[in-house]
Write a protein that binds this ligand. Structure first.
Ligand SMILES: *[C@@H]1O[C@H](CO)[C@@H](O)[C@H](O)[C@H]1NC(C)=O
Ligand SMILES: *[C@@H]1O[C@H](CO)[C@@H](O)[C@H](O)[C@H]1NC(C)=O
Ligand SMILES: *[C@@H]1O[C@H](CO)[C@@H](O)[C@H](O)[C@H]1NC(C)=O
Ligand SMILES: *[C@@H]1O[C@H](CO)[C@@H](O)[C@H](O)[C@H]1NC(C)=O
Ligand SMILES: *[C@@H]1O[C@H](CO)[C@@H](O)[C@H](O)[C@H]1NC(C)=O
Ligand SMILES: *[C@@H]1O[C@H](CO)[C@@H](O)[C@H](O)[C@H]1NC(C)=O
Ligand SMILES: *[C@@H]1O[C@H](CO)[C@@H](O)[C@H](O)[C@H]1NC(C)=O
Length: 496
């Protein structure tokens, strides 16, 4: 028989060989397999599709039945049956919720509607065949539950009390009955402490609770506290603004250190930072009673009439709110004459004056040297601008150039006013050991701006072309500087 067939169909040999080869390479095709999705998940209340298909390369194999089962506790419970001859059967408790989507010899896919937490588990799709017997695959169904999230602040008032370091519960953030559990975090600048707790419910959901604790402080007042819940791809946030009560912090404004005899309309104002705001202010003198001619209005002390020595003393203001009472004080002294504009110098001021003097003298000497050099070069040629070394050649504005050639004008007199107060403040800020030329050369130093157009020993940007190249005379003798004298100082540079 066989040889006869071979002769009738010469190509069959080859074709059969290829088929056998393919079949041996793909064991899944050779053995009938049941294909399912390994894992399926869905939220409570939604519908899921449980795919199941049978690959049957052998037409001789017949399907007798498709059965879905749920594996519970090692035992199997039937869910749904499809029998090509007998039809479909859904078993309780799935009667209302399970349907075969497209039952056939190859397809046993079912849909499970309105998921419940109890549906979670392992499902088995089994194809009963004849004559080869049963084939099955199993899948895991996971039921997800969206949590309900909530943040709540403490109902107890937060009160800052000095010396207390006990952490108080400020807020609770809760993500209830989630599956899988949410992650709860806090987003805040506050320096508190969060505690986390996970509660496993009997139905498999998990409640995550986080409590935020903090030592109440003035700094925490009005700060934001945000709870962040992440569940799957969802993000929930809720935030609150802290309201921390604290006792007043008192400062007294109004004394400028310059209460001289007969000065009029002086007053002291008591300022307090408090939550809730301070309700009462009380003034007193550290040593004795308040002077007669004082009028108290709310938090301000008005001194009626001119200043006299009897006003001097240490004034204390006590501010009170519901949390407590705190005081601030100011030491008032009375001088016989108005102080010059600005604070008394002290040692630093004197040192600053000395440095300023050295600086000005140095500048004067430099100006003088430059002036001399220019005079010398002028004897060689009349055109000093051309004869200057290139590094010194400036590009002065044309208007200026004209004026230089002409007579001395008012604009050529550079008068630099050194405002005493500002200058001394700035000198005090400067490091004393800094060489004087660094100060003036530094672009950022406000001091150099005050000193204006000096000619400096190095090729500083500050040196004015008017000074370095002016064909005129620079009268160094008009530099006046008297250290320590509290008067307006002027530096005059005269050009002609
Ligand atoms: C589940 O399997 C079916 C066919 O078996 C496929 O079409 C579907 O994409 C799969 N779904 C997932 C989520 O893997
Ligand atoms: C497993 O079976 C036992 C008794 O049969 C039952 O008490 C238990 O609840 C079952 N567990 C599950 C997860 O169904
Ligand atoms: C399915 O769940 C079982 C136990 O519940 C587990 O052992 C198995 O690894 C899971 N399979 C997959 C594919 O997740
Ligand atoms: C799961 O259990 C918790 C606590 O017992 C309950 O509050 C929640 O509603 C339950 N969730 C579902 C989906 O039944
Ligand atoms: C009170 O003032 C007087 C002078 O006015 C002074 O001698 C005395 O030390 C002060 N007492 C206190 C407690 O400050
Ligand atoms: C004092 O306080 C009252 C009420 O707070 C206000 O009406 C009044 O103007 C204040 N007086 C002064 C002088 O600030
Ligand atoms: C006056 O008070 C100020 C600051 O309160 C202090 O710096 C200064 O030295 C005092 N002057 C006198 C003369 O006591």
């Amino acid at each position: 028989m066989a040889p006869r067939r071979q002769s009738r169909c010469p190509g069959c040999w080859w074709t059969t060989g290829v088929c056998l080869l393919v079949a041996s390479l793909l064991p899944g095709l050779r053995a009938q397999t049941v294909l399912v999705n390994d894992t399926v998940s869905g939220f409570i209340g939604t519908d899921v599709v449980l795919h199941c298909s049978f690959t049957n390369p052998l037409p001789s194999v017949k399907i007798t039945q498709v059965t879905w089962q749920k594996a519970t506790n090692g035992s199997k419970q039937n869910v749904a049956i499809y029998n090509p001859a007998m039809g479909v059967s859904i078993l309780s408790p799935y009667k209302e919720r399970v349907t075969f989507r497209n039952p056939s010899f190859k397809d046993g896919t079912i849909q499970l509607s309105r998921l419940e937490l109890e549906d979670e588990g392992v499902y088995i799709c089994e194809f009963a065949t004849f004559p080869t017997g049963n084939r099955e695959s199993q899948l895991n169904l996971t039921v997800l539950a969206k949590p309900t999230n909530r943040m709540e602040g403490t109902t107890r008032p937060l009160v800052a009390r000095s010396g207390k370091t006990e952490k108080i519960l400020v807020a609770t953030c809760m993500s209830s009955n989630g599956k899988p559990p949410s992650t709860v975090t806090w987003d805040t600048k506050l320096k508190g402490e969060a505690e986390f707790q996970e509660i496993k419910n009997s139905n498999g959901t998990i409640t995550v609770i986080s409590r935020y604790r903090l030592v109440p402080s003035r700094e925490a007042h009005r700060q934001q506290l945000m709870c962040v819940v992440n569940y799957q791809l969802d993000r929930f946030t809720d935030s609150m603004t802290l309201n921390v009560q604290y006792e007043p912090e008192v400062t007294i404004e109004g004394f400028d250190g310059n209460w001289f005899l007969n000065r009029k309309d002086v007053k002291l104002t008591c300022k307090s930072d408090a939550n809730p705001p301070a309700t009462t202010y009380q003034w007193r003198l550290l040593n004795g009673s308040l002077p007669e001619n004082i009028e108290v209005q709310n938090n301000t002390l008005f001194f009626k009439g001119p200043v006299s020595y009897s006003l001097a003393g240490t004034y204390i203001c006590e501010a009170t709110n519901t949390i407590g009472t705190r005081s601030g004080l100011v030491e008032v002294n009375v001088t016989d004459k108005p102080l010059p504009q600005g604070a008394p110098g002290g040692i630093i001021g004197i040192l600053g004056g000395v440095i300023a003097a050295a600086l000005i003298i140095g500048v004067a000497i430099t100006v003088f040297i430059v002036y001399r050099r220019q005079q010398k070069s002028r004897t060689e040629t009349d055109n000093d601008l051309i004869d200057l070394p290139p590094s010194h050649k400036p590009v002065p504005p044309p208007k200026r150039k004209q004026e230089m050639k002409s007579h001395l004008t008012a604009e050529d007199i550079q008068v630099v006013h050194l405002d005493n107060m500002k200058q001394e403040e700035e000198i005090q800020k400067l490091p004393l050991q800094t060489p004087y030329y660094d100060m003036a050369a530094s672009e950022s130093s406000p001091y150099s701006d005050k000193l204006g157009p000096f000619c400096l020993p190095d090729s500083s940007k500050r040196s004015s072309p008017v000074l370095t190249n002016a064909p005129g005379r620079i009268d160094t003798s008009t530099f006046t500087y008297l250290p320590g004298v509290q008067r307006d100082r002027q530096v005059r540079l005269l050009l002609d």
